[in-house]
Design a protein around this ligand. Structure first.
Ligand code: AMP
Length: 213
């Protein structure tokens, strides 16, 4: 199964992708995570990407297409994978289709996580991530046992630079302009399923499994 998770930042794609890894053993390919890892390694690519990410803008298509092309060649992707945060533009979706056609594969399903912007602002601004294991928390709805400390590994929690309120607004605007048109792209290809991402995580997980049938 090659699955594309579509939806605005904060709609829960990453959380659900992580649950699917445990349930289905498909790897999660998150371009956001790949770019943040390049930034923490201070690579040239990371330095270039940081300038765009801090402003809430998209990193150039050529950069993320290159990352995905390399990653999908790895052995663990042979039986399928989950794309989380890629594609984000029509040229990225077209490049993905071409890349997969070259490997005699194709996208099987795209699932749209539908949710209103007002809900996303509170989700994103309260989001905290463990610096060590990547576990996610929310300062109101999914608090850690001790403030600022990861329940799972005891490391400290941090707020992503782009989860600051002024950057969130920009990321949502970019989503509506550049990423939302992908809904139509996958609808036309008869691959699209839509779920209500405002529901509690367990219900979203059930809806996601339903969408994969
Ligand atoms: P995410 O973790 O998916 O919310 O991505 C965080 C940031 O990384 C985005 O706001 C973009 O700046 C950048 N990014 C991640 N994926 C892509 C992509 N497919 N195309 C362009 N920029 C991306």
């Amino acid at each position: 199964m090659i699955l594309v998770l579509l939806g605005p930042p904060g709609s829960g794609k990453g959380t659900q992708a992580k649950r699917l890894i445990d349930e289905k053993h498909w790897p999660q390919l998150s371009t956001g995570d790949m770019l943040r890892s390049a930034i923490s390694q201070k690579s040239a690519l990371g330095l270039e990407a940081k300038g765009y990410m801090d402003k809430g803008a998209l990193v150039p298509d050529s950069v993320v297409i290159g990352l995905i092309a390399e990653r999908t060649k790895q052995a663990d992707c042979a039986n399928g994978f989950i794309l989380d945060g890629f594609p984000r533009t029509i040229p990225q979706a077209e490049a993905l289709d071409q890349m997969l056609a070259g490997q005699a594969r194709r996208v099987d399903r795209a699932v749209l996580f539908e949710i209103v912007d007002s809900e996303l602002v509170s989700r994103l601004s309260g989001r905290r991530t463990c610096v060590q294991c990547g576990a996610m928390y929310h300062i109101v709805t999914a608090k850690p046992k001790a403030d600022g400390v990861c329940d799972k590994c005891g490391s400290s929690l941090t707020q992503r630079d782009d989860d600051k309120i002024e950057v969130i607004q920009k990321r949502l605007a970019v989503y509506h302009q550049q990423t939302a048109p992908l809904t139509e792209y996958y609808r036309k290809a008869e691959k699209l399923k839509v779920l209500d991402a405002s529901l509690p995580a367990d219900e979203v997980n059930r809806a996601l499994h339903q969408a994969l049938k």
